[in-house]
Design a protein around this ligand. Structure first.
Ligand SMILES: Nc1ncnc2c1ncn2[C@@H]1O[C@H](COP(=O)(O)OP(=O)(O)O)[C@@H](O)[C@H]1O
Ligand SMILES: [Mg+2]
Length: 357
């Protein structure tokens, strides 16, 4: 089922009459059968967006379509959604079996079919042998599996997950992330996955939407977004270690690093900009390379396969992650380069990237 948001907007007005625009004119189409990650810092409007899709919050403006169905005014229970939250919200006094069965109790599903579906869902999420247990007898990850089975048992048109892994410890989070991806693939259900964790979103999503203050920053496949960020916010939000960003002048198309000219960007006018280069996009330059800058090494760390070099560009501390055999422990300076398309020039005022299109 394709999911389409059109100019979706939510404005909260508090008691003193001040408005918060939690979601600001969001228009995206989520292809049928895909998993879209809704990503951004705390308070950027992720849950508000999800709750509007679920029907738990009424949009101030805009529309929501499930396929050709305009569901904007439809009650939550009529939309055909499955919801999973951070706190699993299972019924503690009911067994796993009853918890999963619960949503079917008030539906016209024949008894035999209902039992069959509960078993199928329990197997799908990997808790088929725990149907007689109570939630307290399960680990956090297992409880979240029950919550997912319960959300899926009604065969919803859309699955909505709000930070479903945030309560789990780091290892379980990694494992459940892969599980959710597998379950989503096997069921082919259109899914919106909310998270503030960029790595989680990148690893699980077919496409991601990044929000900031309720405004869509970019909507694309994770790797594409990582490599061609639309603006400085997205560039900084994705990646660990984070992108290097620092001020630099551009003169006659060349970026000025420590008074040296670097590369040529004919499309960029003379002026002052924010430059972004990810640590791993630096390389130690070949001897005959034209585009390179010489920098003084401040510190050097070996991190397994790679070596992290610290140095300064235009007075800022910069990090480069390079092949460990390309620098020696006693090197005082190094010549670095990067691919042209991996150097981003951002407008200082708007943050928009201006050398990629
Ligand atoms: N019921 C509400 N009343 C007033 N403001 C709200 C309400 N719910 C959320 N907000 C505000 O809307 C913005 C977005 O919140 P939310 O969607 O919960 O963010 P996220 O899920 O990305 O952390 C925040 O500024 C938050 O304080
Ligand atoms: Mg939230």
């Amino acid at each position: 089922m394709e999911l389409r948001l059109e100019n979706l907007t939510k404005i909260f007005t508090n008691k003193t009459g001040t408005d918060t625009t939690a979601v600001d004119d969001l228009s995206i189409t989520i292809d049928s059968g895909t998993l879209v990650g809704l990503l951004g810092p705390s308070g950027c409007g992720k849950s508000t967006t999800l709750f509007m899709i679920a029907g738990l919050l009424k949009p101030t403006r805009g529309k929501i379509f499930f396929g050709e169905d305009d569901v904007t005014k439809l009650a939550p229970e009529k939309r055909g959604i499955g919801l999973v939250f951070q706190n699993y919200a299972l019924y503690p006094h009911m067994t796993v079996y009853k918890n999963i069965m619960f949503p079917l109790e008030n539906m016209d599903v024949p008894r035999d079919e209902a039992i069959q579906r509960v078993k199928e869902m329990a197997d799908l999420v990997g808790i088929g042998t725990m149907l007689d247990r109570k939630p307290a007898q399960l680990s956090g990850g297992q409880q979240q599996r029950v919550a997912i089975a319960r959300a899926l048992v009604k065969k919803p048109r859309v699955l909505l997950l709000d930070e479903p892994l945030s309560n789990l410890d780091a290892r379980l989070r990694l494992q459940m992330r892969e599980e959710i991806k597998r379950i989503q693939r096997e069921t082919g259900i259109t899914t919106v996955f909310v998270t503030h964790d960029q790595e989680e979103a990148m690893s699980i999503s077919d496409k991601m939407v990044v929000l900031n203050f309720g405004v869509e920053q970019q909507y694309s496949a994770p790797q594409e977004m990582y490599n061609t960020p639309a603006n400085l916010f997205v560039a900084k939000f994705l990646g660990n270690p984070p992108i290097n960003s620092f001020e630099a002048d551009v003169k006659d198309g060349a970026v000025i690093f420590n008074d040296q000219k670097f590369m040529q960007f004919k499309e960029v006018k003379d002026g002052s900009y924010i430059i972004g280069i990810r640590p791993e996009h630096f390389r130690v330059a070949e001897k005959d390379s034209k585009d390179k800058i010489k920098v003084d090494i401040k510190e050097i760390f070996h991190v397994g396969r790679d070596t992290m070099i610290h140095f300064e560009l235009n007075g800022q501390n910069i990090r480069a992650l390079v092949d460990s055999d390309s620098v020696g422990d006693n090197d005082k300076s190094v010549e670095l380069t990067c691919k042209r398309k991996r150097l981003y020039v951002f407008d200082k005022d708007t943050g928009k990237v201006i050398n990629h299109g």
